[in-house]
Design a protein around this ligand. Sequence first.
Ligand code: ZN
Length: 479
Amino acid sequence: MTVQAGRPSDRIGDERLGAAQAELVEMLRGLIRIRSVNPPEPAGGELEAAHYIAGILSDAGLNPQVVEPFEGRGSVHARLQGDGTGGEPLLLLAHLDVVPAPPEGWTHDPFGGDVADGYVYGRGAVDMKGTIAMQLAVVRLLAAEAREAGRDPAADPVPGLSRDVLITVTADEEAGGFGGAGWLVENRPEWLQAAGALTECGGVSVTAAGQRIYPIQVAEKGFAVYRVLVHGTSGHGSMPRPENAAVRAAEIIRRLAVPGRPRLTPVMEHFIGATADALPTEPGRLLRTIAHPDVRLSDAAIDTLCEPTYARAVRALLRDTISPNIIQAGVKYNVIPGEAELYVDCRVLPGTTEEQIRADIESRLGDLAEASDVDLVIFGAPVESAADTDLYRILETTIRAHDPDGSPVPGMVPFATDAKHTARLGIPTYGFSPLRLDPNELFLDRFHGVDERVGLDALRWGLPVLYDAVREFCGTASR
Ligand SMILES: [Zn+2]
């Protein structure tokens, strides 16, 4: 299969593309102004966002549906028809909730949707209302094509579309998705069931050694959260004792926080090899050593090649990680605590089981294991989708067509997305929210960070990329 090369707007047409890009920016600003914060504060923001999206889809002539499985928490879905000759649908999957955004440190109102210095500012700009707006813009272009052919976009096939295109935007992703995508898997699987899904965190350029790399997410790490209850002996604070549960907990934290050894998974091996091939000789050589079993060599290579934020991400992608994130002990300043409670956030690579990471924790506890109870709080398995599907190949080809100097490569993210849920339905899910970024933009720092923002040019570039990828997978237009 080949993607039309040449100017990015060839398929859409310049005038129509310009209008769609402007509309994309306005939809994003509208979404940012809705406080769809998770945990819900104020209540009902997610439902309001779902209705806002439903309004945009209705306006395009579609017949969207909104569900509210929990009060104030809405997810929304619509379907564009293909002629059915191309197989199962393509799913555009997004989440409409955002993490909280205390205004301290922001130079713009996090819920203002300001446009300044070539960026749209606000919570959700990158995670992931920018992608929702891009997906909506693609769906609206397709619906407009149906209308222009005298068809009803809610009932008739879009000209040239051989598969259906689904758009499903969910609540609650930021807290695990159980009130969104997880609920849909159980109760509305037809909103998700597809030959493949495109969601957040991929197709975003990273510039390394002057070269634009586009990791397309085919994998994500799993998570295992444990509660560790540490037992000790209480007593009067005037007479310290080593069995103080807080002292034991401190030692346990120290042992848990030591980074583990690197382990190269097949996806990371592919990522490193493909990226190193795209780089000049010396950085390429260095990149091939980032997973060296000698941690000092691995660390030195990472620090030379990466900005600090990316260095943390790369380290996390090369090993199972353990982060002790909550500690509680004691009731009064002069009473030695007899118990301490820890919550430990483990992120596991594909290939690591819950039993294995638990065994790692228990061996790290060493002589303190006898004084501790380790209980699993929640587990989500790692996810890996094949990088040899037609859909994945189309994503790579489309990126190359729109940026002939860029290098798309398969990648992994260290955190969880709604792909955990679509995996339960066997749907290959790829992170594909195409953005061509300014080389100095520290994209990862914007996630859940202050001054979250996305570049107008990056969004404008991404829209025809996503459109072309959808068109290519779902049947090309006859125009
Ligand atoms: Zn997200």
